[in-house]
Design a protein around this ligand. Structure first.
Ligand SMILES: *[C@@H]1O[C@H](CO)[C@@H](O)[C@H](O)[C@H]1NC(C)=O
Ligand SMILES: *[C@@H]1O[C@H](CO)[C@@H](O)[C@H](O)[C@H]1NC(C)=O
Length: 238
């Protein structure tokens, strides 16, 4: 079977409602669509992988650590609500990093997909702020939003009596985004400006022009990357 036919079949079979080009064989996912698709991903997919860095005091100082975590899309600008437990390695790494930086990646489900590499994924990079002094209204809002996405988390919400572990509300604010929509011939691959992501919750934005001056360089990098990808694709035996 021709590679493009296989790709189209896998796109038709997409389990979640991402905005894709109507005719994916003639048009590629745009940056504006990619920004909205990233917002759909963080809403539809409940878990992600959190990457942090071991602190200087550790035997593994400076080395990356990544593990599955929960997030909840409780902010209209795409910041993520998190529950941090000091018992977790990720939380310890965050607290000991002066910038409180993490990367958090979310990917489309891959079950039953012929080539999981054809599925969308996004890496959200930013810093984590613990929310110690929020109002009880805001705590209630976060609890409702978080348990809507993670009913099981009711047992360890911050402040829950008899919770097995001490926990804190926190928020990931995003300052850099890297998105891979799927294979590069039909999908956007590259960075997404945070301001575009922030306003793409409800729909695909029209006429957005990136203020970034790196566009030309990014374009070239993208072509190089896609050339590599095309070569690799031809090696894949389905
Ligand atoms: C999103 O909202 C949070 C909370 O108000 C704020 O701290 C963050 O800077 C905002 N991010 C963007 C990209 O606007
Ligand atoms: C996160 O980054 C912002 C912008 O760089 C900074 O103002 C803020 O203090 C940082 N927050 C933490 C908890 O480090």
């Amino acid at each position: 079977m021709h590679i493009r036919t296989i790709l189209n079949l896998s796109i038709i079979g997409s389990a979640i409602g991402l905005s894709l080009p109507e005719s994916s064989s003639t048009r590629r996912e745009t940056l504006n669509e990619a920004a909205h698709n990233a917002r759909v991903l963080i809403k539809e997919v409940k878990t992600g992988t959190m990457a942090s860095v071991y602190p200087d005091t550790s035997d593994l100082a400076g080395r990356p650590f990544a593990m599955m975590e929960y997030h909840a899309p409780c902010y209209s600008n795409g910041s993520l609500a998190l529950i941090l437990m000091p018992i977790s390695r990720s939380t310890q790494n965050i607290f000991q990093d002066p910038g409180h930086h993490i990367a958090y990646t979310v990917n489309m489900p891959t079950e039953g997909v012929r080539s999981p590499m054809s599925r969308g994924r996004v890496a959200l990079m930013g810093n984590v702020t613990t929310l110690r002094d929020i109002s009880s209204e805001e705590q209630t809002r976060l609890s409702k939003c978080y348990t809507k996405h993670h009913p099981d988390a009711q047992y360890w919400l911050p402040g829950t009596p008899d919770s097995p572990h001490f926990s804190l509300w926190a928020r990931l604010d995003i300052d850099s985004i890297y998105y891979v929509g799927g294979f590069g011939d039909t999908h956007y691959i590259g960075s997404i400006p945070v301001d575009l992501y922030a306003k793409s919750e409800k729909k695909v934005q029209k006429g957005y022009e990136s203020a970034s001056t790196d566009n030309e360089e990014e374009g070239t990098l993208r072509e190089v990357w896609e050339d590599d990808l095309d070569m690799d694709l031809n090696q894949i035996v389905f």
